[in-house]
Unconditional design. Structure first.
Length: 318
């Protein structure tokens, strides 16, 4: 029995937010990670050293990259993430800092490994220290989120040193470390910068949703979240036209679609509705984007011409 009192809404929303919805790209990501993890562990057990590999998960903002990596790390019971006694940290994960200079990225990586620099060091020394700490903490994978930032404002020469550093982590003669890079399409600039690096990378893309082909999937997700929220999806939000509007409003991003569905359910809860209707989506989008109905994909007749990405302030197209 669902407690429908208003005071309970935050808890119900939190429960919806904690649902992880899988998709094909995620399954591929997970499978690839599992394979590389097993391979690395087998090599360690056999006392052999082989070059590590890299997985790149590429998708626009709102596609679900950060959620995917967090979920993957959190749901693998075999990963040790900071053992208080041994210090073992199987996966170290951090966003690329700004500015993404080689030195600052190194320094931030060191901090993520639990080591604060006390004095000024050269980039070379910092990265040597990073490698030492990765070994000490027995880190198997290093994850950089927003990895496309490694390429921003870099001269070709700087880019080469970033790429060489990444390669040197994977090729370390004693303790090679696998890389996971998550980022927008600009991440491909880094990958394509160097053929040797490209060869070591397994790229996975979180594709944009399609207004037609993904309509049924969008409606299934909507139905599932409504059910979990204890609401009924009204007939008007189960049509393929509504699905197209919803997908378009989400800038065709999987994660964002879920985020908007949850926000519409919240809107319905706040108005004490039992049936989820178009009006809840319209109101939710109006509040979120601060736009007039003419620019609201849930109302406007020519919704396909609306730039949802810009309205939702998601940044560039990538
Ligand atoms: N697989 C998923 N299941 C449920 N919600 C998701 C999923 N992926 C993303 N989301 C939701 O979509 C939103 C954007 O996801 P996020 O991971 O931040 O995207 P990105 O890192 O690609 O910009 C978040 O609110 C998140 O909760
Ligand atoms: Mg993210």
């Amino acid at each position: 029995m669902i407690d429908r009192t208003t005071s309970n809404i935050p808890r119900r929303i939190l429960a919806l937010r904690s649902i992880f919805s899988s998709n094909r790209a995620y399954r591929e990501f997970e499978e690839r990670f599992r394979y590389l993890l097993e391979r690395r562990r087998t090599e360690i057990d056999a006392d052999t050293v082989a070059e590590a590999r890299c997985i790149a998960l590429i998708g626009a903002s709102g596609s679900g990259k950060t959620t995917a990596i967090r979920h993957m790390i959190a749901t693998r019971p075999d990963l040790v993430l900071g053992d208080p006694v041994s210090g073992r940290l199987d996966v170290a994960s951090l966003p690329v800092p700004t500015p993404a200079t080689l030195k600052f990225v190194g320094q931030t990586t060191l901090a993520a490994l639990g080591f604060q620099l006390q004095r000024e060091r050269t980039a070379q020394t910092i990265w040597d220290m990073v490698k030492g700490h990765l070994h000490e903490r027995r880190t198997l994978f290093l994850h950089y989120d927003e990895a496309q930032d490694l390429a921003t404002h870099q001269t070709p020469k700087e880019m080469t040193s970033v790429v060489n550093t990444l390669k040197s982590l994977m090729q370390h003669p004693v303790w090679p470390v696998g890389l996971i890079l998550t980022g927008t399409a600009e991440l491909k600039t880094i990958i394509n910068h160097d053929a040797q690096l490209a060869r070591r990378i397994y790229p996975i893309e979180l594709p944009r949703l399609d207004l037609v082909f993904d309509a049924a999937r969008a409606l299934r997700l909507l139905q599932l979240y409504a059910e979990r929220a204890g609401l009924i999806a009204g007939a008007e939000v189960t049509t393929t036209e509504f699905a197209a509007r919803l997908i378009h409003a989400s800038a065709r991003e999987f994660g964002l679609l879920i985020e908007l569905v949850i926000a519409a359910l919240e809107e319905a809860m706040l108005t004490e509705a039992e049936i989820l209707q178009t009006g809840h989506f319209t109101a939710m989008f109006r509040k979120r984007a601060g736009c007039i109905d003419g620019l609201n994909p849930f109302v406007a007749s020519d919704f396909e011409h609306i730039d949802s990405r810009r309205l939702l302030d998601l940044g560039g197209d990538a």
